[in-house]
Design a protein around this ligand. Sequence first.
Ligand code: ZN
Length: 87
Amino acid sequence: MTSTPTTKRFIAGAVCPACSAMDTIRMYEVDGVPNRECVSCGYADTLDERGNSVPREVPTRVTKVKQPAPATSQTVQFFPNPRLKKK
Ligand SMILES: [Zn+2]
């Protein structure tokens, strides 16, 4: 069994996206997935395969499918109200 020990190394010049502190970001890998954590505020996130930041606060992967707004134009019913036609 070869398990690589988790090495946490600081990223020089990295700015925490949460508290904007510099040089507080440590990076380490878990199962080949790069993780980041801020030692200042405790912010932690994961980087996915595309390098996008995935905040750790998300407990489960909930795929929210945003339903696009219905493209069908609503038929505006226009009732000419004769009572509004005041002279
Ligand atoms: Zn921070």
